[in-house]
Design a protein around this ligand. Structure first.
Ligand code: PMV
Length: 309
């Protein structure tokens, strides 16, 4: 049996604007992960996908044509050059909450690609894995920028511009993020199409917001590369203000952001598509427990603390 994993992710700067060509920064979150196993099944069984958490199992033939898991299995087997005539059980499970901006869909697909690559002893580069996963991201997202599949396949902080070669950059001084969940599921596709409709109505306003967010992402990268943590916090606050103007925040997200700031966080913002999902807060070892306490009191359903390094 082969086993493979993939981490979750958060977007530090630039969500939504990244869909329109602006740079964005994302980092892997290794505290949560998707897992895929591949083992040979009984002869004549074909390929079965077992989604353990959902207590579902189905064969490739039974899956609807737009099933994202079926799509990633078929495209990976085709890429590896072995076709789909195999007797395999592919089992997936994940600790990444679904539809919370933590990249659950891309992580599950990445784990499947890695497990199949290992099973067929075919070396797949992070870029190849990312490209394969990008195709299934279209099923989840509609018009994905590609940032989720990139950061998850490379498992490094990335400075990402749609359609351009990935840039991995160095983190001069590692820092801590608290990731707090509103408990509200928010499908990326819906938030992204909301922004698209708004952009179509008010192009000038939205393009200006996207430009400003792009500048924030660039400045954020510079600050991280120089090891200047406080400016990173201020830029997170500024990025959130622009996301609010875009209409993708929510009272629940705002409540958690306020709580984190009251607890002493250097900055906080929603992360991912918004309207639900998670906020991220920049914390230190000193402020960590107070921020966590404030977040819990404000109703955070779950808190993950991760180091960006
Ligand atoms: O998967 P999420 O919720 O982190 O959203 C991805 C970020 C967006 O910029 C909103 C969409 C995209 O494709 O980049």
């Amino acid at each position: 049996m082969t086993v493979a994993y993939a981490p979750g992710k958060v977007i530090l700067f630039g969500e939504h604007a990244v869909v329109y060509g602006q740079p964005a920064i994302a980092v892997p979150v290794t505290q949560v992960q998707a897992r895929a196993t591949v083992e040979t099944g009984p002869e004549g069984q074909g390929i079965t996908i077992v989604a353990e958490d959902l207590e579902q199992s189905y064969t490739l033939e039974q899956a609807p044509p737009d099933d994202a898991l079926r799509a990633i299995v078929v495209s990976t087997l085709e890429h590896v050059g072995v076709g789909t005539k195999h007797d395999l059980a592919i089992t997936i499970s994940s600790t990444i909450p679904i539809a919370r901006g933590l990249g659950s869909g891309a992580a599950i697909s990445t784990a499947i690609v890695r497990a199949l690559g290992q099973h067929f002893e075919h070396l797949l580069s992070p870029q190849t894995i990312s490209n394969l996963v990008y195709e299934t991201e279209k099923i989840h997202h509609g018009t994905p920028s590609g940032i989720d599949n990139t950061v998850i396949a490379f498992e490094k902080p990335v400075y990402f511009v749609k359609g351009q070669k990935i840039e991995i950059f160095s983190v001069e001084t590692p820092f801590l993020l608290a990731i707090a969940d509103t408990g509200i599921a928010s499908p990326t596709k819906i938030a992204v199409s909301h922004v698209r409709r708004a952009w179509e109505r008010e192009r000038d306003k939205y393009e200006e917001i996207f430009d400003e967010i792009g500048t924030i992402a660039e400045m954020g990268r510079c600050a991280i590369e120089r090891g200047e943590i406080e400016p990173v916090g201020r830029l997170m606050n500024e990025n959130l203000r622009l996301l609010q103007l875009m209409g993708v925040s929510s009272p629940e997200l705002e409540g958690l952001v306020e709580a984190a700031r009251e607890g002493g966080a250097l900055g906080a913002k929603l992360s991912g598509a918004g309207r639900g999902g998670n906020i991220i807060a920049l914390i230190t070892q000193e402020t960590r427990s107070r921020v966590e306490l404030m977040l819990r009191l404000a109703g955070a359903k779950d808190i993950i603390v991760t180091e960006v390094s």
